[in-house]
Design a protein around this ligand. Structure first.
Ligand SMILES: [Zn+2]
Ligand SMILES: [Zn+2]
Length: 434
């Protein structure tokens, strides 16, 4: 539109744009009502686009000033951020750091797509700063050649959903473009932060808790809370509880049910998880190709080994995606041990089967010795009770076990060598006719 103008001409037009806004409040009454394109909504978009263009221009000026070394000149040597604050006073209320961060990023060829999006006015500077920061954080853990795709994904999320969307897409990007096992590593590390605080009471009967969960814990809790925390109208009277209130009530209800169940084998399936997975990747087990868990649209991306463990003993509804992302199989038969099998398993194992553990049976999961994802059957000969902690360890260290016959009946024997499960799989593959 305004190409090849001299700087003097640009200055003139910038001044004109500013003047055009002077006193425009008194003309606002002329805008037609009812969402007409020349109405208030359209005017708002126009002014906003002007503001975004100004932000982008500030970044360009800052980049040029840094290039020339102008920011550090003068008697009072300023940092770049101070220089921006000194000459763009509106940034004193915040945002100067972001202008500088994006200006620095403009100087790196790898960030050219960010620069283009900012200059085109589609990516606000604030969002661009988050894109650049996230891209820098992801770069060292990406598979080779993945960087442009990841940057494009971050920009798209930032354009559509702002900085928050940009941060939320990290697990999905890691799953798709991260180095092998990277997502698993990160999510396993997140388990260290799991915590539930002691109640803080204010004396009026209100107790406040602080709960921190890893992605798996979040997926399980959300899947369980989902159906319980939906609004429940009674005889046509609507449920006026707030969403937070319903979630709180649902959590207490969950605990009540669990306590009431006592030591009995639950006849209802455990937490229902909807798993969207790339079957090849899950079966291969190493690469974390987008495995989304969650009953709602806001799914949680889980690392593959985690899904294998959750799939051992939760009602998992698998949705298998083909290479193009199309749904090829809704629900390969859900294969949980039946309540009758579980009762026999309780009698046989008497509790967690991990060497040295004494967790009683009703606190244990039924683990598939040959994982469900590796086509292990739901037979007692393929089952072992494990408490939550040892279930995690068995999957993380990929441990194998056998059911061996003894004088006192069948019992489970673990091979605690790291990776013994992979050796077992290799032996099985060697036995099978190709
Ligand atoms: Zn398991
Ligand atoms: Zn145990």
């Amino acid at each position: 539109m305004s190409q090849n103008l001299t700087l003097a001409q640009h200055r003139e037009r910038i001044a004109a744009a500013r003047e055009s806004l002077a006193g425009f409040d008194s003309a606002l009454w002329q805008a037609p009502s009812g969402g007409a394109p020349d109405g208030l909504a359209g005017l708002m978009s126009e002014v906003d686009a002007l503001g975004a263009a100004c932000e982008a221009a500030k970044v360009s000026i800052t980049a040029e000033a840094m290039d020339r070394g102008e920011t550090g000149d003068g008697a009072a040597a300023l940092t770049v951020t101070q220089w921006v604050r000194a000459h763009a006073p509106s940034t004193r209320a915040g945002g100067a750091g972001q202008v500088v961060a994006v200006a620095v990023a403009f100087g790196k060829p790898v960030n050219a797509p960010v620069a283009d999006a900012v200059r085109a006015g589609v990516l606000p500077v604030r969002s661009a700063a988050v894109v650049v920061a996230e891209a820098d954080r992801l770069r060292p853990v990406l598979a080779q050649g993945a960087q442009p795709h990841v940057l494009a994904g971050l920009i798209e999320m930032a354009v559509q959903h702002g900085p928050r969307g940009c941060r939320m897409v990290r697990p999905a990007l890691l799953a798709r473009y991260g180095r092998d096992g990277r997502l698993q590593l990160e999510q396993d590390a997140a388990a260290r932060f799991v915590a539930l605080s002691q109640p803080v009471e204010d004396g009026t009967g209100v107790a406040e808790y602080r709960l921190t969960l890893d992605p798996e814990g979040k997926a399980v809790l959300e899947a369980a809370l989902g159906p319980l925390s939906a609004p429940s109208p009674v005889r046509g009277e609507c449920d006026l509880r707030s969403s937070d209130r319903r979630r709180g009530d649902a959590l207490v209800q969950l605990v009540r049910r669990a306590v009431a169940a006592g030591g009995a084998v639950g006849t209802n399936p455990k937490a229902q998880l909807v798993v969207t997975m790339d079957w090849e990747a899950l079966a291969a087990g190493v690469r974390g190709a987008g495995t989304t868990v969650g009953g709602s649209d806001t799914g949680t991306v889980l690392a593959p080994e985690t899904v294998r463990r959750v799939a051992c003993d939760a009602a998992v509804i698998p949705t298998v995606l083909g290479s193009a992302g199309e749904i090829v199989d809704q629900g390969r038969a859900v294969r949980l041990f039946t309540p009758a099998q579980t009762r026999r398993l309780w009698l046989r194992d008497g509790g967690c089967t991990y060497p040295g553990c004494s967790m009683p049976p009703h606190w244990a999961d039924a683990h598939h010795l040959v994982h469900w994802a590796d086509f292990g059957p739901s037979d007692l000969s393929n089952a072992a009770l494990l408490c939550e902690r040892h279930h995690t360890i068995v999957h993380q260290r990929r441990l194998a076990a056998h059911v061996v016959a003894g004088p006192g009946g069948d019992r489970v024997e673990w091979d605690l060598t790291r990776g013994s499960y992979d050796q077992l799989l290799a032996r099985r593959a060697a036995q099978e006719p190709a």
